[in-house]
Design a protein. Structure first.
Length: 276
C-alpha cells in the first residue's frame, strides 16, 4: 500500500461545497466570488476550500484572450450555449461541464512568501491523497499536448486529468484546480483544440497550446470513478484528515459571504478588465 507523504492544511480551514448550485449561467460567478473571499481571507478571515461545477463553459487564460481571433472563437462557443469568460488567474483555456470538479484553496499569504510552488504542491498533495484509494500512481509534470499545460499537470499513466493555476492578491492567494472526473477526456481536448484552431488564426505557433486528443482523460477512464460525488466526498475527508490541530477550542467563525450585488459588481469589473 502506498502511504501519504506528510503535509498539512490550516486548522481553521472551512469547506464550502457549491457543486450542486448550478443555477448560475455565468461561469465568472465562481471566480468573482473567490476574488471577494480571497480579500476576506487576506484581512484575517478563515481560509477556505471552495468546490464548484458549471454545466457548460470554456474559461480562457489571459494569453488566450489576446489571440488574433479570440472574439470570433468566443462567439462560436456562445452560439453553442457555452458560457465563455477570461479568468484572472494563470493558465490557459479549460472546458468545464458537470463532469469537472473545480477545487480552490483560498489561503492567507505567508509573510515574505515569493515562491508559488509550495501552494501548488499543497494542491497536488490534496488531490493525490483524495485519490489514493482509487489510484496510487498520480504523477505531476507537464503533459505534452494537454490543454492548460504546466509543471503541475496531474496525470495517471501519462494522461492528464487535472491542471492547477493560481491567483495572488496582496495578502492572500487562490490555488485553483480543475479535475476531470467523468466523461471523455478526448472530447474535452477536441473542444479546446477547436477553440485554438479558430482563435489562433494568424498567431505565432508558440503563442498558444497545441492540444492533442490523446493527452487528456477523465478519472472515470483512468481509475473507474464514475460519480463526481465520490471524489468530492474524498476531498472533504482528506481536508479534515490533514488539518493542523486547532490553536484553541473556540469554534471557527464562518465568513460573511459576499452579497449578491457585490458578486455581480465584481463580475462586471472582471469583464471590463479582462474581457475580449
Amino acid at each position: 500500500m502506498v502511504e501519504e507523504e506528510a503535509w498539512s492544511l490550516p486548522g481553521n480551514i472551512l469547506i464550502w461545497d457549491r457543486t450542486q448550485h448550478l443555477e448560475q449561467e455565468e461561469v465568472l460567478y465562481s471566480f468573482a466570488l473567490e476574488e471577494l473571499l480571497c480579500r476576506q481571507v487576506g484581512e484575517g478571515g478563515a481560509p477556505l476550500i471552495h468546490l464548484w461545477r458549471h454545466p457548460r463553459a470554456l474559461v480562457m487564460g489571459l494569453r488566450d484572450s489576446r489571440l488574433p481571433q479570440a472574439a470570433d472563437a468566443r462567439h462560436w462557443l456562445e452560439a453553442q450555449g457555452y458560457s465563455v469568460a477570461v479568468r484572472n488567474s494563470g493558465g490557459a483555456a479549460v472546458p468545464l461541464d458537470l463532469g469537472v470538479v473545480n477545487v480552490s484553496l483560498i489561503l492567507p499569504k505567508k509573510q515574505g512568501q515569493i515562491d508559488f510552488r509550495s501552494d501548488f504542491e499543497t494542491m497536488y498533495r490534496l488531490i493525490q491523497a483524495s485519490l489514493l484509494s482509487a489510484a496510487s500512481d498520480v504523477a505531476k509534470g507537464e503533459i505534452a499536448g494537454s490543454y492548460c499545460p504546466g509543471d503541475y499537470d496531474l496525470s495517471i499513466r501519462g494522461k492528464k486529468f487535472c491542471g492547477i493555476a493560481q491567483r495572488r492578491q496582496a495578502k492572500a492567494i487562490v490555488v485553483q484546480a480543475f479535475v476531470v472526473i467523468t466523461g471523455s477526456g478526448a472530447s474535452k481536448a477536441e473542444l479546446a483544440r477547436e477553440f485554438y484552431r479558430r482563435a489562433a488564426q494568424g498567431a505565432e505557433s508558440g503563442s498558444y497550446p497545441h492540444v492533442t486528443e490523446d493527452s487528456m482523460a477523465s478519472l472515470e477512464e483512468l481509475a473507474g470513478i464514475s460519480d463526481p460525488v465520490r471524489f468530492i466526498d474524498a476531498v472533504k475527508q482528506t481536508v479534515r484528515r490533514h488539518k493542523l490541530p486547532a490553536a484553541d477550542d473556540r469554534p471557527v467563525q464562518a465568513p460573511e459571504l459576499p452579497a449578491e450585488e457585490q458578486v455581480l459588481e465584481m463580475i462586471d469589473a472582471m469583464k471590463t478588465r479582462y474581457g475580449i
